[in-house]
Design a protein around this ligand. Structure first.
Ligand code: FES
Length: 122
């Protein structure tokens, strides 16, 4: 039985290659079987990263403007392509946001499997 204070998500809701949500955390299940948790607000414009996706390199991709995050460090490794409702090329702006995204990293947590659930631990 999961600890009521620890956020969790059914393991079946996060198959390999997908992301889901456990409380305030985004849980990512990589294609190679690792399960990791990061904070859910994009450092660009606060999109919900649990609605994002994993790319072929295992990076978490923001659903709004495509900023990419390394799940091991929480750093933004590629800046957004767009701003507000615009989606497209914004070269200088993309680099500027990436520069602060390298330092304003997503928070990370450990995930353990308990029965049929993935539980986020401090
Ligand atoms: S809100 Fe995430 S890239 Fe813009």
């Amino acid at each position: 039985m999961p600890d009521a204070a620890s956020p969790s998500v059914p393991a079946s809701a996060v198959p390999p290659g997908s992301v889901g949500r456990a409380g305030q955390w985004t849980v990512a299940h990589t294609r190679d079987g690792q399960v990791k948790a990061v904070s859910s607000r994009c450092r660009h414009q606060l999109a919900d990263l649990s609605k994002g996706s994993l790319d072929k390199d295992g990076c978490l991709v923001c659903p709004w403007h495509g900023a990419r995050y390394d799940l091991d460090s929480g750093a933004m490794v590629e800046g957004p392509k767009g701003i507000l409702w615009y989606r497209g090329r914004t070269p200088g702006y993309t680099q500027l946001v990436k520069a602060y995204g390298l330092f304003l990293k997503l928070r990370r947590r450990t995930v353990v499997q308990e029965g049929e659930r993935y539980v986020v631990r401090d």
